[in-house]
Design a protein around this ligand. Structure first.
Ligand SMILES: N[C@@H](CC=O)C(=O)O
Length: 313
């Protein structure tokens, strides 16, 4: 296995729909090609939260993977969300056959409510790699949920042959400051990616890259932020954080992280990547006032329209 190199920006693209709600493959390919045009973008992580992955049918998910695979030369990582271990392994195999290289492994969502039995997450990851054939990314959910993995569980998943990275969204800096060094000590090659979209700055000095929905709308500045973090250049990172702050606030400091996906589409429309911001239920429109606030925040941050002709070169 040649492990994916994710040391950079790994955006989680939105899924574009036509106005009638069907997949808009032309727009999806446009977004894929634009994001992949940045050298520092290392993979595209589709079918995640930002991609409304669980709102798509099985056929639509596979169609999207195929389209991404045809459109770009970087690895395609699929969000694997099937609840049962066998179901998730089969979903992975189908995704592999469609062209995916990696799996962003979501926890079984029953665990959010009930917690998990010891060893169950490890078996889920093992099946996705061994039976499904996808390299795995250990997805650490927030400390406030029952699907957050204790350190021993993370260490055991990280030690598995197929596990190449962790996408950490623990949102508890006490745990971050102890668990990230412990993971790195045990598995020096494990790539550490932050996904704290709503406050990335404190995590930027410990990571190999980002795996974020935020990467849809501001790849240019996030690439700079990653570079500043890796250089341990706090003043530079702080400056980029301040520049991004109006956008961070209107996109991610909202009532619910779910609204962030809607806001991403409004941002992409404002940047000229989407013609409209059609979403699927259960997402809801944010309303005119919020749309204008989001657009104004992009202007305040100096994040302008994309010259698609130049991006295609
Ligand atoms: N950034 C969010 C949403 C990603 O999938 C997270 O922390 O999980």
């Amino acid at each position: 296995m040649q492990p994916m190199d994710l040391r950079g920006l790994n955006p989680a693209p939105v899924t574009a729909f036509n106005r009638d709600g069907s997949l808009d493959m032309e727009a999806n390919v446009r977004i894929a090609k634009w994001l992949a045009s940045f050298d520092e973008v290392k993979s595209l992580v589709i079918l995640g939260h930002a991609g409304e992955g669980t709102f798509l049918t099985t056929d639509e998910r596979l169609e999207l993977i195929r389209a991404y695979k045809d459109a770009v030369d970087i690895p395609i990582i699929a969000g694997i969300t099937g609840e049962g271990t066998k179901v998730a392994a089969e979903e992975s195999k189908r995704s592999l056959d469609a062209g995916a290289t990696g799996a962003l492994v979501y926890p079984n969502h029953g665990w959010l409510r009930f917690g998990f039995q010891k060893g169950a997450p490890q078996d889920r990851y093992k099946a996705i790699y061994e039976e499904g054939g996808l390299q795995t990314i250990l997805f650490q959910y927030p400390d406030a949920t029952k699907a957050t993995y204790d350190l021993d569980t993370q260490l055991e998943i990280a030690a598995q042959p197929g596990c190449v990275a962790t996408k950490n969204g623990v949102r508890n800096m006490k745990r971050w400051y102890t668990e990230i060094p412990a993971l790195k000590k045990a598995q020096p090659d494990l790539q550490v990616l932050s996904c704290h979209d709503e406050w990335l700055l404190p995590t930027m000095f410990d990571v190999d890259g980002l795996l974020v929905g935020y990467g849809n709308i501001a790849p240019e500045l996030l690439i700079d932020l990653i570079a500043a973090g890796k250089a341990q250049d706090y003043p530079r990172a702080r400056k980029i954080h301040e520049q991004l702050l109006p956008v961070t606030q209107t996109v991610y400091h909202r009532g619910s992280h779910m609204e962030g996906t809607v806001a991403l589409k409004i941002g992409l429309r404002h940047r000229g990547l989407l013609d409209h911001a059609t979403i699927r239920e259960p997402l809801k429109d944010l309303g005119e006032a919020a749309e204008r606030e989001i657009e104004a925040s992009f202007d305040a941050a100096g994040i302008g329209r994309v010259d698609l002709a130049m991006a295609a070169e």
